[in-house]
Design a binder for this molecule. Sequence first.
Ligand SMILES: Cc1ncc(COP(=O)(O)O)c(C=O)c1O
Length: 367
Amino acid sequence: MTGPRLTPLVEALSPTVPFVGPETIERRLGQVLDPRLGANESLFGMSPHVLAAIGQAAMTSGLYADPEGWELRQALARRHGVGLDHIVLGGGIDELLGLFVRAYGAPGAPVVMSTGGYPTFTYHVHGYGCRLVTAPYRDFANDLAALAEAARREDAAIVYLSNPDNPTGSWVSTEAQMALLAALPPQTLLLLDEAYADFAPAGSIPQEGIADPRLVRLRTFSKAQGLAGLRVGYAYGDPATIRPLDRLRNHFGMSRVSLAAALASIEDQAHVDAIVAEVARGRREYEALAAEFGLKALPSATNFVAIDMGDAERARRILTKLIEQEAVFIRMPGTPPLDRCIRVTIGRPVDRQAFAAAFTRVMKANS
Ligand SMILES: Cc1ncc(COP(=O)(O)O)c(C=O)c1O
């Protein structure tokens, strides 16, 4: 028996996954990982308002959800001051990234991003057979001039920028982002991943209403809103660029529970504000903790901090001890030179204390 033939594209893909899940590590170790500080999820819990909406929606989950996500898109359109046609919903930014690559990156087309940038985007670039072109980070931040240069040189189909950035936590000014957009070829799509926008300082998130069909902005309910497990994200931009995704997307892919939770969380901004403030405190704590050991925490505009361990071997060693001896889940970037860092999510005070205690034990035993 020979069995079905894979497409040549899939046949040639390596079997890597963008991220190994903490559950996979737990099964390997036979141990629960706690605190769970590796995936930049929210450990702060949901607002009671959101939980109530989830309960209500659960009762009608025998029915498919509205395939147009009309109510949520209405609320998002109001929030961003755009029309309903400017918005497409998806199962998190991760799903939308795949749809945009599929829609705008023909097989073999050049797609530009920073070297070692968000791995799920790279995964889609390979998965749809595009050609990955990278420009190195400069001082652990996206180098927008280098991205623009690569995009012009290659006449790129897509440029991907995460701002604020994962895995570095860095951010760039709106002026720099607008200069990048202005410098791109007329048919290049700029995918601006704003997953961490709620945590970003003033002057780093572009104003609304930029009328340029080359710009698409992506947002998620997974970070500050704390709904990662419900998988809700959206993209917004010019309808001419956004609406073609209706030809590809999974129209019944979102659940009633997810849509209701996202809608309720928009109406509970106070809960989000409290989390953003707590995350800012956590960032300062991690900076101080790193300094105790003569290490530098990279400046962060996100809900995580990358700590520069000096070299990749040390970063890997400390990360392994934290996971295997201390059962603390964290991650590190896999690509040099970012692999000098370990990356730690900011959780509740109790999670941060647990991390600080474990980190201190591991550092003392391994210095
Ligand atoms: C830059 C970036 N984009 C997207 C995501 C995933 O977002 P979602 O949960 O909406 O798929 C993450 C999560 O870590 C991220 O860091």
